[in-house]
Design a protein around this ligand. Sequence first.
Ligand SMILES: Cc1cc2nc3c(=O)[nH]c(=O)nc-3n(C[C@H](O)[C@H](O)[C@H](O)COP(=O)(O)OP(=O)(O)OC[C@H]3O[C@@H](n4cnc5c(N)ncnc54)[C@H](O)[C@@H]3O)c2cc1C
Length: 600
Amino acid sequence: MTTQREGLAPTPYRAPVEEALLALEVAGLDELLDLPVYAHVDRDAIRSVLEEFARLAENEIVSGDRVGDVLHTTFDAATGEVHAPEEYRRAYERYVEGGWGALPIPRELGGGGFPTLIATVLQEFFASANLALSLNIVLTLGAIEALLQWGSDEQRALYLTKLSTGEWSGTMNLTEPQAGSDLGEIRTTATAREDGTWRVSGTKIFITWGEHTLSENIIHLVLARTPDAPAGTKGLSLFLVPKFLVEANGDTAEHNHVRAVSIEHKLGLNGSPTCVMHFDEATGFLVGPLHGGMKAMFTMMNNARLAIGLEGPAVAERAYQHADLYAATREQGRTAQTKAPALSVIREHPDVQRMLLTMSTTTQAARLLIYRAVAHKDLAHALSEGPLKDHHQEMVDLLTPIAKAWSTDRGADAASTAIQIFGGMGYMEETGVAQRLRDVRITTIYEGSNGIQGIDLAFRKIPRDGGAHARELFDEIRRTLAKVDLASLELAAHHVLSALEVLETTTTWMVNAVRDRPDDALAGATHYQRLFGDVVGGWLMIERALRATELGRANAPIAIDEATFFAIEVVSPSVGLGAVITSGVARLGALRHGASEHAR
Ligand SMILES: Cc1cc2nc3c(=O)[nH]c(=O)nc-3n(C[C@H](O)[C@H](O)[C@H](O)COP(=O)(O)OP(=O)(O)OC[C@H]3O[C@@H](n4cnc5c(N)ncnc54)[C@H](O)[C@@H]3O)c2cc1C
């Protein structure tokens, strides 16, 4: 075992605690801490939580990252068991012992009662340190949310505590060979038994952590179709199918009729088993209303979409730290100021500085976007009925597809840029930087591909109330830009305002196109999502600089420079996207006016 692990030390990682604390301030920590439900939480407590978890991430969680990438998880065909590397078990045990999973669980259910926003920071550190293992935690948190919202009292009593501690883990079983983006094609069936339970049969593919032995039990949440149900997504219901059935007193009993039949060989995320799951008349329990499966699963999926969005900045942060270290030591060429025979480190070359700053600022912007969306979610959850609660819910609904797609697209770009900074060594597996790109690549695909997120934004989120919610957000951005009173931020504000004006016009175009010319809207949806994300990112970077200045942070001048760089480098080119988006489906004529050479 030791020899296999030689040379598999993880690449460096330091959890960015100070940066996360600043991002929390920008996200809306003040508003959250004012709520009575969080009266027991203060900034000191948050800092200690973050610092303690940072140590866990930097020492334990990261330790298996490279090992998992090289040695993979393994499948034992004889027993159907999936085994993760030993380092994963140790890290998982530390996570369970520390009670970290219970931090955001309501206090009345035995949890820490912290805002999800704080758990989101821990999740980011976890994902930076070991993305493959972090997925196990993400899916468990999703299952907890689904049960909190849709589970019966009995189901909550039976499953929530152990899911919260991590003694049991959760999965999400949607995908089937013929049902990927289009879940209406799901064929897994559930038939009622007389005792009120259900018989679940079918095959699910690509199920993350569908089988493993890190936790004592696995609680599968499965979308299935009942007999005589309507076709499409309207006929789907959600079922809880435990790996080991659970007695009324909470003890685990016999193995249910569900098992992994194989695991996939993938481009990356090698430490995360992606399983083909076979349900053979497994005992299931209905969660939420019959035929209400999509609505219930959306609770889990929306939670997961923000969590997957977070994987973008999480991986980008790790890639940036590695590339920055390399750039500070690799000597090549000379800057204009360097005299021969001395060489310059590549970090001194403007083009490398451009790449490094693009990585670091898009990471910051993506982090701010996700934290902001999660803060809206916390506020929507905690406030009592009324317009303010509705406002926060509308904002989280609007921001979720952007947070998922924009952040993961930027994360994948950053991982690719890290390889560019390493040069040829980046292409060599021995540096470990290629793992970042291989791991992050899936984040733009799973949990609703980024194309589907663009469509969700354009067709569902924007047209609500004729675009009124988007306009509310645009007004908020304008208010920030109007209050920029630092001369040093004026250039940033100018570029963000120009892009915002394009976004506003494009939004009006989009609302009309969705109604009158859906193909035109579909052809522009991905670019629209990109433009939206660029503007929101630019705005939040300005908010960050303003907040850092207000708090007297030592890094305030750097935050101003970063906001300006981001506005010039990322936001200003997006002004051109307006013309692309509104060009509609006509520009795809080359494919639409006849089959391509290959298809003929
Ligand atoms: C590593 C990994 C882990 C996963 N984990 C899970 C899991 O835990 N649970 C689970 O249930 N699933 C899981 N999945 C499945 C994942 O969610 C799907 O792969 C994803 O939803 C895309 O579905 P698909 O692969 O069938 O692609 P398809 O649906 O075939 O899509 C292919 C391409 O076509 C585009 N496309 C499809 N339909 C449309 C449309 N109507 N309009 C425009 N473009 C469209 C997509 O954007 C995409 O680019 C996982 C997948 C992987 C690879």
